[in-house]
Each structure stands twice: as structure tokens, then as C-alpha cells.
Design a protein around this ligand. Structure first.
Ligand code: BGC
Length: 446
């Protein structure tokens, strides 16, 4: 048997990028539910606000897109702010659409393929006042907005993400109370997830009506959940329950048109086969133990592996095997896979290089095993407003000083550049141990 090659190779045309979201980077967003939420005392850690964020609305996207292009990236995933495009139910803002057009042209001019998300956690205030995603008519409102955007930008954009992480939006906003509107109800959480699937399906059809060749999907957050004790049937049961409700509910409905509530199934034929690719957001793996006294949290407790390396503020454990499990889950849908987010918060950039290298190595391993992976978008290009954690978590390849708007490159950006340019990573990164990232040639012809 011949030895395995020293490098894991990524295919020609592979998309190497970073991902961002409107509210987190644009600044001056005053007309969405987060702008309201940030005013309420106690909602955001340390009382932080998005404020000017990375000032992309003020034009600093130019310099940041320059940074992405100059460091070997060939794609970028950004999102459109619904509340800017449709500030009131009966009002459209042509200037806002034009602003996005300029940004997308800016990507294309720099050789960055745009991937555009239509809903990334924020809702216009007028929509929240109508009940947000609990209102049965919201999927129709969403479809109208999506038609407007696809009509205005479809000649430039071929890759669309309808909804970012419907499960996270619903669980954080309606179960854990961390996102607006701060509700804690399982029934309402699942109702919102169902509403978002309806919205996704409506958007999918709207885009395809206008742009038959477009590729449309969702960004699905997969949280790898393992039984704490694999020999315990109760731990296994609870891990399966959490995983199926959190991970499977939305993408399965978008595959076979069935919403699987714990209390019964609802058919949703319009949602059937509404993903052209499986968008995957992965951050970490957790272990799950059965807890008879915690019915409110579905009889479980979750924790990181005891000997795992944990990111500086505890957001994620470095669990590259969990990423392989996530990719295996993604492959089960029988669709091309695009990794729409993966990253870690680490202001000092000590943890990130290991996390980045080891996760991309797992993607390389999966490609070698025949998984149809087409792209990887690191979260994120530069530090940005991290939702209810405010500015306390720093996910950027570039550091942002929010007072001065100065950007400062972290060494992970150099590491990522090597990977993007060479389309390969050393196989030994799979083992984690020998981690010396910088020794192969850049600008390899592929
Ligand atoms: C979200 C991003 C967020 C990241 C880190 C993902 O769930 O899509 O908006 O910044 O996690 O928390």
C-alpha cells in the first residue's frame, strides 16, 4: 500500500472566504429589532451597542474587501439588512439597494465571489410589531422583500442564503431569551422555526422564479451533541432528542417537506427540495447528560469535554472531530456542501490558529473521502458586534479598534492566506500535535 500524500488537497474552484452579517458590521442600523434591544438595560453584556460597528455603511467595506482579496480569499458571504431595504411595509429604499449593489460590485471587482444572505437574525421594527416570525403572514412579507432584492441584485449574485441559522434565531430568541424578543417557550420556539422554514421555502421559489440558475440554500447551524456516557440509553436518548430538534428540524423540512414537532407532523409540500446546497455553520461539539429534574431544558445538561481546549471566553471547545461529524451529517442530505461559517473568538489569537488549521484539515479529510464540499467561509473577516455578547468576543482575522476604527491583522490571517493560496493543508494537522503551519510555498498553481 502506498503512503497517503503529505498534503490534503482542495479542489480547483473551491471557495475560500469569510462571512459577515449586516447588523454586525454595517453600523448605524437604527430600524431593526436589535437596535431596540440594545437600548434595554441588561440585554447586552457590558451594555455594549453595535454603534458604528465596522462602519461598512460609511464605506469602510472597501478597505476590508481589499484586505480579503489581498490575502488570497476568492469569496465573501455578506447579508442584506431587510430594515434598510424596506424601512416600512409600504416603502422601499432604492438608495439602500444601490448601496448593496455597489458593495457586491466591489466584491466582484476584487475577484471575490459574492454569497448573499437575506436574513441574518435581524428583523425590521415594523415586522416585530406585527409579531415577527410568529405571524402566519411573515413568510409572504419575506417573499416580497426577497423578490425585491433578487430583482435588484440577481444579475450579480448567483449564491443565495435565504435564512441564517433559523434554529439559533428561534432558540436564542424564544427559548433562552437571549435574543429579542426574550421569550422562554418551547412551543413558541418551534413555531418560529416552522415560520422560518416557510419563509425560506417562499424565498427559494421567489429567487428561482426570477433566476432559474441561481443556487439557493440556508445556513444551517449544526451543533454536534454526543451522549456523555455512550453506554447510557438515557444519555443517548437525550442527545438524539436535542440533536433532532435543534439540528434536523429545519433542513429536514427543507428536504422532505415535513415539520416534525414533538407533538406530531405537519406537511409542508412547498418546502420540499428547497436547498440547492447544504450550508453548514459549525462551531463546536458538546456532551449531553440526562437530567430527570430538568424538564424545562428537555431533561438534559450540556458541557464541553473535560480535557478539551476551550476558547478564551468559553464560546467553543476545539473539537475538529465534531466538525467531521457535522460534515458527515451534512453529506447525508445528498447535496453539495458549503461551509458557510466556522470560527472562534480569540482576541489574543493563540487559540484560533489551532482551531482554524485543525478544522480546515477535517474539511480536507472529508474531501479526500469524497464529500462534495465546495467552499469554506471563516467567521469572520474582522471583529464585529457579537449579538448579546457585544464586543466582548472577537472573531476576526483582523482586530478592530472600535474607538479609532483601526484594523490590525492577526497572525491567523496569514495562516488562512497560506491555505487559500495553496489549496492544501498538511495532513499532520489532522493529528493536531505537530502544528507548524508556515512551511509550504504560497501561490502554488492549481
Ligand atoms: C452567527 C453569527 C455569530 C457567530 C458567533 C453564528 O451563530 O451566525 O452571526 O457572530 O455565530 O457567535
Amino acid at each position: 500500500m502506498s503512503a497517503k500524500p503529505e498534503y490534503l488537497e482542495f479542489p480547483r474552484g473551491f471557495l475560500w472566504g469569510t462571512a459577515t452579517a449586516s447588523h454586525q458590521v454595517e453600523g448605524s442600523n437604527a430600524n431593526n429589532n436589535w437596535a431596540v434591544w440594545e437600548q434595554e438595560p441588561g440585554r447586552i453584556l457590558s451594555g455594549h451597542k453595535a454603534g458604528l460597528a465596522c462602519d461598512w455603511w460609511g464605506g469602510r467595506w472597501r478597505e476590508d474587501f481589499d484586505r480579503a482579496a489581498a490575502t488570497g480569499q476568492n469569496a465573501h458571504r455578506l447579508s442584506i439588512e431587510w430594515s434598510r431595504v424596506q424601512p416600512a411595509p409600504d416603502r422601499w429604499d432604492a438608495d439602500a439597494l444601490d448601496h448593496y449593489r455597489q458593495m457586491i460590485l466591489g466584491l466582484i471587482e476584487r475577484g471575490l465571489t459574492p454569497m448573499v444572505t437575506l436574513h441574518h437574525f435581524t428583523d425590521p421594527i415594523w415586522l416585530s410589531e406585527l409579531g415577527g416570525w410568529e405571524n402566519d403572514r411573515t413568510p409572504d412579507y419575506f417573499q416580497i422583500y426577497v423578490r425585491k432584492v433578487a430583482g435588484a441584485l440577481g444579475d450579480l449574485v448567483n449564491l443565495w442564503c435565504t435564512v441564517n441559522e433559523p434554529n439559533v434565531y428561534a432558540v436564542y430568541g424564544y427559548l433562552e431569551g437571549l435574543f429579542p424578543p426574550g421569550v422562554k417557550s418551547l412551543r413558541r420556539t418551534l413555531g418560529v422555526m416552522a415560520g422560518l422554514v416557510r419563509g425560506h421555502a417562499a424565498a427559494y421559489h421567489a429567487i428561482h422564479d426570477l433566476q432559474p440558475a441561481a443556487r439557493v440554500g440556508m445556513a444551517n447551524h449544526y451543533h454536534d451533541v454526543q451522549a456523555a456516557n455512550p453506554n447510557s440509553p438515557l444519555d443517548r436518548w437525550t442527545a438524539r432528542l436535542i440533536s433532532s430538534l435543534f439540528n434536523d428540524f429545519c433542513p429536514r423540512a427543507a428536504q422532505d417537506g415535513v415539520l416534525r414537532f414533538p407533538w406530531g407532523r405537519v406537511r409542508l409540500p412547498l418546502a420540499q427540495n428547497t436547498q440547492d446546497f447544504l450550508g453548514l455553520n459549525y462551531y463546536t461539539r458538546e456532551y449531553c447528560a440526562f437530567e430527570p429534574l430538568r424538564p424545562g431544558s428537555l431533561f438534559h445538561r450540556r458541557f464541553f469535554r473535560a480535557d478539551a481546549s476551550i476558547s478564551p471566553t468559553g464560546f467553543c471547545a476545539n473539537e475538529p472531530e465534531g466538525f467531521y461529524a457535522a460534515l458527515t451529517w451534512a453529506r447525508s442530505f445528498g447535496l453539495p456542501i458549503i461551509i458557510t461559517e466556522n470560527g472562534a473568538e480569540d482576541a489574543a489569537d493563540q487559540f484560533r490558529p489551532h482551531y482554524l488549521a485543525q478544522h480546515i484539515a477535517q474539511a480536507g479529510r472529508a474531501i479526500e473521502a469524497g464529500y462534495p464540499i465546495e467552499g469554506y467561509f471563516h467567521w469572520s473577516l474582522l471583529d464585529n458586534f457579537e449579538w448579546e455578547r457585544g464586543w466582548t468576543q472577537r472573531f476576526g482575522l483582523w482586530e478592530l479598534d472600535i474607538e479609532t476604527q483601526e484594523r490590525c491583522k492577526r497572525s491567523s490571517a496569514d495562516l488562512y492566506e497560506r491555505i487559500c493560496r495553496s489549496h492544501q493543508v498538511p495532513r499532520r494537522w489532522l493529528d493536531g500535535g505537530d502544528f507548524s503551519p508556515f512551511e509550504y510555498a504560497t501561490d502554488r498553481q492549481v
